[in-house]
Design a protein. Structure first.
Length: 319
C-alpha cells in the first residue's frame, strides 16, 4: 500500500514567473501547498510570491532548467526549506520563431530542445532522486505537454518534435517510477490565454494554408486541471489529460485526403473468410493523417455496402 504524504504538501513549479506556471503556482498556494517557484526572472517570481499572500509558503528560486548544477540547487533548496517534495510541475518551455525547417538555425533548434526536453529531463531526474529516497517515499511529476504533442502546427518543427518527445519522457517516467511509488502524468494544453498564445487571436496559419483566428481559454481552467491531477490519491494517476479551448480547430471534419487514405490503407489487408473489411475502421483511425476524424462519417463511407460489420483478425496481404 502506498503511504500518503504528510500535509501540507510541497511542490516545485518551473516556469512559475508567468503564464501557465504562474497560474498553477497561485492555485496550489491558494489550496494550502508549500510551493517553490522556479524560473529565470527573479523579479517575476518575487511578484508572484507576493501576489499569493502566502508568506513563507512561497519560495522564489531563480533557476535555469538547462543548467544541471542549477537544477540540483533548486531541489536541494526545496528539501532544505520544506523537508520533502510531493509534486514537480515540469512546466518551463520555449517556442521557436515560426518558419520552414530549411531556414531554422541550428542554435535556435538547440535552444528549444534544451529547454523543452533537456530541462524537463534534468528536473525529472532530480525529482525522482528526491522522491525515491524520502520517507514516506514517492510523489508525482506532471509534465506540461501540448496539443502539439498530438498534431503539429505548420512550420513549428522544433517545438512539435520536443513536445512529442515529452510524451515519451512521461511514459517512461510513469513506468520506471512505479517501483518507487512515483506517478507521472502529462497535461496537453491547447490555446491557454498567455503571452505565448497572444498571436492566435489575430490569426495563425492552419494546415490547409488559411489564416484563422483561434479561440483561447482562461488560465484558471488549466490551473484547476493541474491541481486536480496533483490532488489524486497516491494510488491513482492521470497519465494524459487534454485541456483545450472548446472551439480551437483541433477536432476537425475529415478531409477527402483522409478518406482516400483510409480506403487505400484498408487495401493492404484482407479479411479472413466470413469476416468484414469495414471493421478495419477502428485500427485505421489510429493512423489517419488527419487528427479528429469523425468516426460516424468514416464508418458510413466504409460500411455502405456492408452494413453489418463484425470483429476481424487482420492478416497482411502476402505475395
Amino acid at each position: 500500500m502506498i503511504q500518503s504524504a504528510p500535509s501540507p504538501r510541497t511542490a516545485i513549479v518551473t516556469g512559475a514567473g508567468s503564464g501557465i506556471g504562474r497560474a498553477v503556482a497561485l492555485a496550489l498556494l491558494q489550496a494550502g501547498w508549500l510551493v517553490v517557484l522556479a524560473g529565470r526572472r527573479p523579479d517575476a517570481l518575487q511578484q508572484v510570491a507576493a501576489e499569493s499572500l502566502a508568506g513563507e509558503r512561497a519560495q522564489a528560486v531563480s533557476t535555469d532548467v538547462t543548467n544541471e548544477s542549477g537544477v540540483a540547487q533548486l531541489f536541494a533548496h526545496t528539501i532544505d526549506q520544506f523537508g520533502r517534495l510531493d509534486l514537480l510541475f515540469n512546466n518551463a518551455g520555449s517556442n521557436q520563431a515560426r518558419g520552414p525547417i530549411e531556414d531554422l538555425d541550428y542554435q535556435a533548434w538547440r535552444q528549444v530542445v534544451d529547454v523543452n526536453l533537456n530541462g524537463m529531463f534534468l528536473c525529472a531526474r532530480e525529482a525522482v532522486r528526491v522522491m525515491k529516497s524520502q520517507n514516506p517515499r514517492g510523489g508525482r511529476i506532471i509534465n506540461n505537454g501540448s496539443i502539439s504533442a498530438h498534431a503539429p502546427r505548420p512550420d513549428t518543427i522544433a517545438y512539435t518534435a520536443t513536445k512529442h518527445a515529452v510524451t515519451g519522457l512521461t511514459k517512461s517516467l510513469a513506468l520506471d517510477g512505479r517501483k518507487h511509488d512515483i506517478a507521472c502524468g502529462q497535461i496537453d494544453i491547447g490555446n491557454a490565454a498567455s503571452d505565448m498564445t497572444a498571436r492566435m487571436a489575430a490569426g495563425i496559419p492552419q494546415a490547409n494554408g488559411h489564416i484563422v483566428s483561434e479561440d483561447r481559454m482562461g488560465l484558471e481552467s488549466v490551473a484547476s486541471a493541474v491541481h486536480w491531477m496533483a490532488s489524486l490519491p497516491a494510488d491513482a494517476n492521470a497519465l494524459f489529460l487534454t485541456v483545450m479551448a472548446t472551439k480551437m480547430p483541433f477536432i476537425v471534419e475529415a478531409s477527402p485526403r483522409s478518406l482516400y487514405f483510409l480506403t487505400g490503407l484498408s487495401a493492404l489487408f484482407k479479411p479472413a473468410p466470413g469476416e468484414n473489411l469495414a471493421t478495419l475502421l477502428a485500427l485505421i483511425l489510429m493512423v489517419s493523417p488527419d487528427r479528429g476524424l469523425r468516426p460516424s462519417r468514416a464508418a458510413r463511407l466504409l460500411t455502405e455496402k456492408e452494413p453489418k460489420p463484425t470483429i476481424v483478425k487482420l492478416s497482411p496481404l502476402t505475395n
